[in-house]
Structures are given as structure tokens and as C-alpha cells.
Design a protein around this ligand. Structure first.
Ligand code: SME
Length: 160
């Protein structure tokens, strides 16, 4: 079992370092839940600014809480609702520098101040979203979106 080791200080380099290590971590393991759980743990090493990292998985027309690290969270989110449901409905990454400025933001943790949600697409369909929250304003930016995009692409190859 290899462990995740990230030496770089800047965000783009940390994501670049993570990607092949995550690939190695998931390689050869067919169990989706195990892979998502380890992905969250690996991302926690990569993104120290995040207070909550986890998945919402598309099931029966809504998003259902999947593996995560952080505080207890809302279990079900409708497509189109909140930041997660918006990213899922649009199939696009949503960066929210200040959650109070996002109409319909769902506050699972009242301490959360900023958020990024990245859709995971498999064969043209959104199968899940990856959600990262932070207790600081504007923790996530284009560098996170760019760094998380290939990770989401890799996750899209899993057996959802
Ligand atoms: N804030 C999210 C809900 C999920 S929690 O942040 C874990 C949203 O508005 O969709």
C-alpha cells in the first residue's frame, strides 16, 4: 500500500503530484466505495484548506451522500439545488468564494465559507459530484478547478 506524499507548496504543483499517486492508489481496485474513500483521504493531504471533502452520488434522480471526511452532512440533494445540485445539473465546476452570496446554498456546516463542486462525468452523464468546503472565504479558485479536473476525469473511469 503506497502512501500519498506531496512535497510541493503551491496548489497547481500539489495537484500535479497527486494525480499519478491517486492513479496508483486506484489502479486494479474495482470497489467503488473503497476507491472513493481513499480518494477523499488523498485529497485531504493535497488540500489542507478544505474543512470537508466528499462525494454526492447520483441515485434515482437526486444526489446522495457518499464517502467523505469532515462533519456529518446533508444526505440528499436534488439536482439543481444548492451548489452541488447546480454543478450536477449544469455538468460544470462551480466555485463559490462566499457561500452567503450563492442563492440556495445548502449549509450543512454553518462554519463553511467557500466551496468548490466538480462534476464527475461517465459516458456523458453526471454520476457524482466532488465537493470541497472551507472555513475561509475564497479558498478555491481556478487553480483548484484546473487541478481537480483531471482527478474528476480519472474518477469518471471508475465503475459507477
Ligand atoms: N453546501 C452544499 C451542500 C453539501 S455540504 O457543503 C457538505 C451545497 O450547497 O450543495
Amino acid at each position: 500500500m503506497e502512501s500519498i506524499a506531496l512535497a510541493a507548496a503551491d496548489k497547481p504543483a500539489r495537484y500535479r503530484e497527486l494525480l499519478p499517486q491517486l492513479g496508483g492508489l486506484l489502479d486494479g481496485e474495482p470497489d467503488l466505495i473503497a476507491n472513493l474513500a481513499n480518494t477523499v483521504a488523498a485529497l485531504r493531504e493535497c488540500v489542507p484548506a478544505a474543512s470537508w471533502i466528499g462525494f454526492y452520488i447520483a441515485r434515482g434522480g437526486e444526489l446522495v451522500l457518499g464517502p467523505f471526511q469532515g462533519k456529518v452532512a446533508c444526505v440528499r440533494i436534488a439536482f439543481g439545488r444548492g451548489v452541488c445540485g447546480t454543478a450536477a445539473a449544469q455538468g460544470k465546476t462551480v466555485i463559490v468564494p462566499d457561500v452567503e452570496q450563492f442563492p440556495g446554498h445548502i449549509a450543512c456546516d454553518v462554519g463553511s465559507r467557500s466551496e468548490i463542486v466538480v462534476p464527475i462525468v461517465r459516458r456523458g452523464e453526471v454520476v457524482a459530484v466532488l465537493d470541497l468546503d472551507s472555513y475561509d472565504l475564497a479558498s478555491f479558485d481556478a487553480a483548484d478547478a484546473a487541478g481537480l479536473a483531471p482527478i474528476a476525469e480519472l474518477l469518471g473511469t471508475l465503475a459507477w
